[in-house]
Design a protein. Structure first.
Length: 452
């Protein structure tokens, strides 16, 4: 599409000069900012939305996904602290107690951790450009309610999820499959009015139960549901009275296009109203169910993968490979949601998810190099936009994986500031030692020769 262009120039206030600037306050960004600040660094964290936590809070995604491989707590350090502090707030958790995320509780916890670490952070602060000199990121430009302003930093961390900072800096990236198809988005939701005991006894909770696909088929034929989307993950108990729904898909969404996103929000809200009627009519314990709210952020599963010094591959995943520059390990299965509705799509997904799952005690290594955008200095990535192929991305994208890469990016940034060097020049053994001392799971540390 042809578009006219204009030239626009103005002076911008330099509001901050810091050691580390983190863009994006999702789980990776909070982990990075808190980690760097605890190392005594001056940290500024900018978040475009109105709270910290991203998908787990504003997006109402109801579950974290695995922290452990059944033996080892993989998201050690920052992730362990989040887990323990949430567990303390809730007390003992059983099958009848909340097993989902209480978004308000998690928002407050992230903010408490940021304040305790003395991180300077602001909401409604949107990155719109960067200044790069000699391939090194020097300045980030933001728009906020007070106007536009600039931030200088020694090290920047891209925790935007979309990889926006890296792309603005000129980084290479990949997106979707070989045909450019992306996983669908979901507008997650909060519900009330479910009789949880009756719901559990009914045996129709998700696509893993035989009853649910048949009920979806029947509801679609009767016009209650407008699409036969059999990939249905169901409800989670999030508090004593609320339930989180990660249900239905908005297919064909491009998360880097505002028109596509807008359509997905509108369509997602329409689908949720349909599912209120579906649950009331078909699902046990849900005759009085009520939709409380939809997420204020769309649940985006897939976007840009920034190309780094190394691309973590499916072969690495399958081999459960270890690396000399390992900064953590993870184990979630390859969870690529189908790009279209239908029974064949969900059957393929369930087969791949099962066949590619890590076994008890298994995990794959995460090398430091995937946090380093190729050819750019002064910049680290963390969270959903790190350098992987699509299959590994579908594993590492979830919140515990973001805790691992966020903590590593924050520690690497702190060490780079101390050594007055680029992040890729950080002594990897020193990084691993610091991470391990702060709780990271690094069973192979010191079994390799030092990497420079």
């Amino acid at each position: 599409m042809n578009m006219d262009t204009i030239f626009y120039e103005r002076k911008i206030i330099l509001k901050q000069t810091v050691d580390v600037c983190v863009v994006g306050a999702g789980p990776a960004g909070v982990a990075a900012a808190v980690t760097a600040a605890r190392e005594g660094k001056k940290v500024y964290l900018a978040e475009a939305h109105t709270c910290a936590g991203g998908m787990g809070t504003a997006g109402l995604v109801p579950v974290f996904m695995p922290f452990s491989d059944g033996i080892n707590f993989l998201a050690g350090g920052f992730g362990r602290e989040v887990f323990d502090r949430l567990s303390k707030l809730r007390g003992n958790v059983s099958h009848t107690s909340p097993n989902g995320i209480d978004a308000e509780e998690l928002k407050r916890l992230y903010e408490t951790m940021l304040i305790e670490a003395k991180v300077d952070f602001t909401y409604q602060t949107v990155l719109f450009d960067v200044v790069v000199i000699n391939r090194q990121v020097k300045t980030a430009l933001f728009a906020s309610p007070s106007g536009v302003f600039a931030v200088n930093a020694d090290v920047f961390i891209d925790a935007t999820g979309s990889g926006l900072l890296s792309v603005l800096a000129g980084a290479e990236y990949e997106k979707g499959n070989e045909r450019g198809q992306l996983m669908p988005t979901t507008l997650c939701s909060l519900w009330c009015g479910i009789d949880w005991k009756e719901f559990l006894a009914g045996g129709a909770h998700s696509h893993n139960d035989e009853k649910m696909p048949e009920m979806i088929r029947q509801a679609a034929e009767e016009g209650i549901l407008s699409q036969q989307d059999f990939h249905h993950t169901g409800m989670n108990l999030c508090s004593e009275a609320t339930f989180g729904g990660n249900i239905s898909h908005c297919f064909g969404t491009d998360p880097d296009d505002e028109n596509s996103l807008t359509s997905a929000y509108v369509h997602g809200r329409k689908l949720l109203k349909e599912y209120e009627g579906f649950y009331r009519r078909y699902v046990s314990g849900c005759s009085d169910i009520k939709l409380v709210e939809s997420g204020s952020l769309l649940g985006v599963r897939e976007g840009r993968r920034i190309t780094g010094d190394y691309i973590l591959s499916f072969d690495d995943y399958q081999a459960r490979r270890s690396f000399p520059d390992e900064i953590g390990r993870y184990n979630f299965s390859v969870d690529i949601h189908p790009s279209q509705a239908g029974r064949d799509a969900i059957r393929k997904h369930k087969t791949e998810f099962k066949n590619f799952s890590c076994g008890y005690g298994e995990s794959y290594g995460i090398p430091f190099r995937i946090l380093l955008p190729r050819g750019i200095d002064g910049l680290l990535t963390a969270g959903r936009c790190v350098s992987t192929d699509r299959r590994v991305f579908a594993s590492l994208r979830v919140m515990p994986g973001c805790f691992i890469t966020g903590m590593a990016a924050g520690m690497a940034a702190a060490l780079a500031v101390e050594a007055e060097c680029s992040p890729r020049e950080v002594e990897v053994a020193a990084l691993q030692e610091k991470l391990q001392a702060n709780g990271a799971f690094l069973p192979n540390f010191k079994t390799f020769e030092t990497v420079h």
